[in-house]
Design a protein around this ligand. Structure first.
Ligand code: CTP
Length: 410
């Protein structure tokens, strides 16, 4: 039995999708771990699982009707939403996600979601085409901005006989994500100071032009938010991005690689540093004071470039102020693991999250990422996940790292 589950209350909202059957296994696993599970079944979920099986497995009365007089007398819907440690929505169908994103409260499930003051975790599940529709992308982005955490979906066979992204995460993965959320409540990273770089850098050519790259900052910002939710004091040094500053994170906005390095060094010492920024490797040696004219002799073809400082390498070799854990990314288009390993040793960091950024993968600027975690001990392939799920997984790993080193020191 894991201590993060013992005696914890989970309100599970089962949505109306074929993956609802997996929730029966999830309820069983949660109870085995010592959690108390209360369930709300939406009207459409009742087409997939029965109230009897849910009640038998949870050992609790099943809730479903917003206007049930007995329910309201025993435990009002507001209390049901608050008298819990975590709300889990599985499967989070496209319809349920849309209603959540718009703050609708037209049944017990959505009313509880609007009324709750507790963390919410969703396990999306739907057909690939529904998952990829701009409307669903918008709703997901809105939910993530609102602080909702996600687990899955995964790639695989879908009920319609198709294959693709949209399969609900397996009960064991949802259980692990619930464990992370419950640990987060207890502040698994409380007392830890973590520095993270994110986004691109802009290297000025003249007052109106600059060298940049396609990084959106989505991955770095999501990691900052996940670390803050685990109770860490997070400092985010961000290049120019079109994203809002993550909640609970001190964000310092910079433009160039040199400004990013300066800002990072000012924040030392920290317990961990994560370099997720796509720092420009080169800058123009001498930025022109005035706009370079089309007819000028110094056309861009003649730009003289010099190398930028390497922030990751410099933090990894910072002598007395080296963070205990330094993590970098490796953006590659070929020989992923091999190149990541060269970066791990070359830059002197502890972990590298390697990702294939070939245009066909859609990682740069996109919402999903496939990570290989490379350490001195070996490499580990993670399934393709939403960037916020990658962030949650990494934050959990960092919390585990500090918990293990704390135990070793005791
Ligand atoms: N990085 C950094 N400062 C730089 C360049 C890179 O901190 N000037 C960090 C990135 O944030 C990332 C890691 O180093 O964590 C690897 O970045 P990547 O762009 O994959 O590699 P480069 O070092 O730029 O090498 P190459 O362009 O040859 O792949």
């Amino acid at each position: 039995m894991n201590s993060e589950f013992k005696g914890k209350r989970v309100l599970l909202i089962i949505g109306g999708g074929i993956a609802a059957y997996k929730c029966l296994d999830l309820i069983r696993r949660l109870r085995e771990q010592g959690a108390v599970v209360r369930v709300i079944l939406t009207a459409s979920a009742r087409q997939f699982v029965t109230e009897l099986s849910v009640a038998t497995l949870s050992g609790e009365k099943v809730h479903g009707d917003l206007f049930d007089l007995t329910d309201e007398l025993e435990i009002g819907h507001i209390q049901l939403a608050r008298d819990t440690d975590l709300v889990v929505v599985a499967p989070a169908t496209a319809n349920l996600m849309a209603r959540m994103a718009h703050g609708l409260a037209d049944d017990l499930a959505t009313t509880a979601l609007l009324a709750t003051d507790k963390p919410v975790l969703i396990a999306p599940a739907m057909n690939t085409r529904m998952w990829e529709k701009p409307a669903t992308r918008r709703n997901l982005a809105r939910l993530i901005d609102d602080g909702v955490r996600t687990v899955g979906p995964n790639e695989g066979f879908l009920a319609e006989g198709e294959s693709g992204m949209g399969r609900m995460a397996e009960p064991a993965e949802i259980l692990a994500a619930i464990g992370q959320c419950l640990k987060a409540g207890a502040g698994a990273l409380a007392g830890k100071r973590i520095l993270i770089t994110s986004g691109p850098t802009w290297e000025a050519i003249d007052p109106v032009r600059y060298i940049a790259n396609r990084s959106s900052g989505k991955q770095g910002h999501a990691i900052a938010a996940s670390l803050a939710r685990l109770g860490a004091e997070v400092v985010l040094v961000s290049g120019p991005v079109a994203l809002p500053d993550p909640q609970g994170v001190r964000t310092i906005r910079v433009e160039s690689a040199r400004q990013m390095l300066e800002a990072c060094e000012r924040e030392l010492p920290v317990d961990a540093a994560i370099c997720a920024a796509a720092v420009a490797d080169w800058r123009v040696e001498a930025e022109a004071g005035q706009k370079i004219k089309k007819k000028a002799k110094s056309a861009p073809g003649g730009l003289n470039l010099v190398e930028n400082p390497d922030i990751l390498a410099s933090l990894s070799r910072h002598g007395a102020h080296r963070p205990q854990l330094v993590i970098g990314f490796a953006a590659e288009t070929e020989n992923l693991i091999e190149h990541a390993r060269v970066k791990l040793t070359g830059k002197g960091c502890d972990w590298i999250l390697a990702n294939d950024v070939s245009p066909a993968r859609g990682v740069l600027g996109g919402d999903e990422n496939t990570i290989h975690l490379v350490t001195a001990g070996g490499s580990e392939a993670w399934p393709k996940m939403h960037k916020s799920a990658v962030a949650e997984a990494l934050a959990g790993r960092i919390a585990d790292h500090f918990a293990t080193s704390r135990k070793a020191a005791e």
